[in-house]
Design a protein around this ligand. Sequence first.
Ligand code: IMP
Length: 195
Amino acid sequence: MKRIIFATNNQHKLDEVKALSQGLIEIISLKELGFQGTIPETGQTLAENASQKARFIYEKYGQDCFADDTGLEVEALGGAPGVYSARYAGENATYEQNTEKLLKELQGIENRKACFKTVVSLILDGKEYFFEGKVEGIILPHRTGNGGFGYDPVFLPDGYQETFALMPLETKNKISHRGRAMVKLIRFLQEHIKS
Ligand code: IMP
């Protein structure tokens, strides 16, 4: 089975991606590699950040790896928080603080449309490839559910009655931004290995 490093310190992302790739590719975590530092993330776009994270780990370990970067884009806020989703309420803000700020900004606003976008950068044999995933939905006025992470408790995907924070991991993975990008990456790796 293809072994590949997932350049993330986020345990939630790791759990999602490991569940998706079970039996298809072997995901190596940074913990398993003994990496304990932080990965720089200073780009202006999701692609730049994903690339920066993947390249940082590739340069350190010289092994095939990938990283993702995700943003929540809210239509009524002109696409914010977007690439700044992790620090919407300020540097080192918690998920709760970011969500609180989002709910405040949207108070009294009728248009609740939003989408999550993920860009994955894969470095394979020294070459870089990108994969994208997107899911549309709305931002609820209140948190619902304790599962997931980040903005999950307020994001209701189109066509579903439950926020990401209420769904089983397998359901989120089937329709989510990251799930969709990862399915593309896994297919690509399988094709690459065959040829
Ligand atoms: P990152 O830079 O890709 O780690 O993501 C930026 C921020 O987006 C995170 O700090 C989370 O708040 C949020 N985020 C990323 N992925 C998800 C998700 O799957 N659900 C909810 N929020 C997410």
